[in-house]
Design a protein around this ligand. Structure first.
Ligand code: FAD
Length: 290
């Protein structure tokens, strides 16, 4: 099946995009990597009257790093971000999650802005954004605002982006010294969509004592879930087998999963606990190795 007819615009600057969005509002959709939007249009599950192609807007395709944060322009390709030395050294958890966002051919087209704006409940990068308290930059012809990941994700495929706005950048904090991270997931197929996934970053103080922990689960509820009760339990304590087992148990209590044709709620709850155990176990092993 082919998409319903639409008007096509290919602006070359952010300013032109924002003018078009102001003119067409909810009749328009922006096209980024097209890895989700084009299939949805072909299935006629999305029928925008106006398509605003961002692919010529080179001003949206930069990665810039500061001392404490890394800003990804919305049109940075996921594969470019994953392979960037800035990401690998400054935001290793972002690199680890992007290595899981589908086959390489898809990641080479799909964008940082696209996966965050699409907000699929099984998508990896929204989980990292939630875990690390990323800031999402939204712009319209009438201004710019910054929204925390917690306020940005509102449900499955629902975000705080207004019809006349677009996401222009995502800002992730640079990992502090002595940080260890991991992204793990369980899916039906390798490179397939995650049933459940975990983004975890732990900062150690003296020895094995945890100074800060950030964990978010994807795929279990309609949006990424921050495991705050687990984080609170970990802080100030020494990482070891008993603490990891307790964290896994707390995680199963903290989530209220949805069941679907791929996995029921009970299974997802079980996997959530297992992934917390795995992530913290790997973090502990990495710490020992260093
Ligand atoms: C075979 C296959 C496997 C995949 N596996 C995974 C996976 O395992 N994990 C995963 O996370 N994803 C997966 N994806 C999805 C994909 O990788 C992209 O993350 C996703 O398609 C969105 O990125 P995009 O740049 O292609 O956005 P598009 O498809 O162009 O857009 C998606 C939606 O976001 C909106 N949008 C895009 N950019 C912006 C912006 N800057 N501001 C406002 N709105 C915007 C569009 O209007 C549209 O509604 C898979 C896709 C395919 C085809």
């Amino acid at each position: 099946m082919k998409p319903a007819s639409f008007l096509y615009h290919a602006p070359t600057t952010l300013e032109e995009v924002l003018t078009l969005l102001a003119e067409h509002g909810s009749d328009a959709r922006v096209l980024a990597g097209g890895q989700s939007l084009i299939p949805l249009m072909n299935l006629r599950m999305a029928r925008p009257e106006v398509l605003i192609d961002l692919n010529r807007c080179l001003d949206l395709a930069h990665i810039s790093s500061g001392e404490t944060s890394v800003a990804y322009g919305a049109m940075v390709r996921q594969r470019d971000a994953e392979r960037s030395e800035i990401t690998r050294s400054g935001c290793p958890l972002v690199a680890k999650a992007l290595a899981r966002t589908g086959p390489v051919a898809v990641r080479s087209r799909a964008t940082i802005g696209g996966t965050l704006a699409h907000a699929d409940r099984a998508a990896e990068l929204p989980g990292v954004a939630m875990a690390l308290d990323a800031i999402l930059v939204l712009e319209s012809a009438s201004g710019r605002r910054e929204v925390s990941a917690e306020d940005f994700f509102m449900g499955d495929m629902t975000t705080a982006i207004n019809p006349d706005e677009m996401l222009t950048a995502a800002v992730f904090p640079v990992a502090e010294p002595n940080s260890y991270s991991g992204f793990f997931e369980v899916g039906l197929r390798r490179e397939g969509v995650a049933l459940v996934g975990i983004a975890a970053q732990v900062i150690f103080g003296e020895g094995k004592v945890i100074r800060d922990a950030r964990l978010a689960i994807i795929g279990v509820e309609s949006l990424p879930v921050r495991l705050r009760s687990v984080e609170a339990d970990l802080k100030g304590r020494e990482l070891g087998a008993a603490l990891i087992a307790q964290a896994a148990e707390l995680a199963t209590q903290a989530v209220d999963p949805i069941g679907d044709v791929h996995a029921n709620a009970r299974y997802r709850k079980f996997v959530a606990g297992s992934l917390v155990r795995r992530a913290l176990g790997e973090v502990g092993d990495d710490l020992e190795r260093n």
